[in-house]
Write a protein that binds this ligand. Structure first.
Ligand SMILES: Nc1ncnc2c1ncn2[C@@H]1O[C@H](COP(=O)(O)OP(=O)(O)OP(=O)(O)O)[C@@H](O)[C@H]1O
Ligand SMILES: [Mg+2]
Length: 225
């Protein structure tokens, strides 16, 4: 599903955010991306979304090479990704439902499907009752769930969530991680960048990527103790 080979990412100001990393993520994997602030988590997610291009090396995501040969290839690849941004990127002055709808209106769904997917997604994150609330009136945890609903309404093959538990208390953080984990299925992988490592310590059947200064180590944890 994702292949990152000998990839470095250097920003224009000279910062080396990813230092010759290698990584393979398969279908239906649940991956936690951890590491201190500035270690390269968001940079790696942006690379996988095609929002940044590798300075060197090869990235392949769901069969698509980055950089792409044709712009529409990247657009098609992005249609299959459900992103949850660190800064949420909700549109103020619009309701929770409108925000979810905005995330899916340019995908290849019929009008009926768009309505159904959006309603289902809000239901799944437990926010059906807030569908008509303006997003700026929601609590931070609720706003985070709207951002997740917007991502999952796309029925993505790959969910990329950047620090979705930031600013949440323990119970809400557990809840958000459980919601995200529940979308891992046959054809859908889920990658979650999080500082909440204490919440994943005892989980099985997951992949943990630990980042540090643009480098990473990968632990593929099996199902048995
Ligand atoms: N657009 C940019 N231009 C220049 N440097 C950048 C840019 N974006 C990130 N960086 C730098 O790249 C490094 C990795 O940043 P990144 O945002 O990937 O870290 P992170 O692990 O997501 O951190 P956090 O946990 O705080 O979100 C940092 O040194 C950061 O300052
Ligand atoms: Mg980040």
């Amino acid at each position: 599903m994702i292949e990152v080979k000998d990839v470095s990412l250097r920003y224009r100001d000279g910062t080396l955010a990813l230092n010759n990393i290698n990584l393979t993520i398969g279908e239906s994997e649940l991956v936690y991306l951890t590491g201190p602030s500035g270690s390269g988590k968001t940079s790696l997610l942006k690379l996988i979304m095609g929002m940044e291009y590798p300075t060197s090396g090869i990235v392949r995501v769901m069969g698509q090479s980055i950089p792409e040969e044709k712009p529409e290839d990247l657009r098609n690849m992005r249609k299959r990704i459900g992103p949850v941004f660190q800064e949420l990127k909700l549109v103020p002055g619009r309701s929770a439902m409108e925000n979810v709808l905005m995330g899916i209106r340019f995908l290849d769904f019929s009008r009926q499907e768009i309505k159904e997917n959006a309603a289902d997604a809000l239901e799944k994150v437990g926010l059906a009752h807030k569908a008509d609330s303006m997003v700026e009136n929601l609590s931070w945890g609720e706003a985070q769930r709207v951002a997740i609903a917007r991502a999952i309404a796309r029925k993505p093959g790959l969910i990329l969530a950047d620090e979705p538990t930031g600013n949440l208390d323990h119970d809400n953080a557990v809840n958000i991680l459980n919601i995200l984990a529940s979308f891992r299925q046959k054809n859908t992988s889920v990658i979650v960048a999080t500082h909440a490592t204490h919440l994943i310590e005892n989980q099985r059947n997951i992949t943990i990527i630990r980042m540090s200064g643009g480098n990473l180590t990968v632990e593929k944890r099996g199902g048995e103790k």
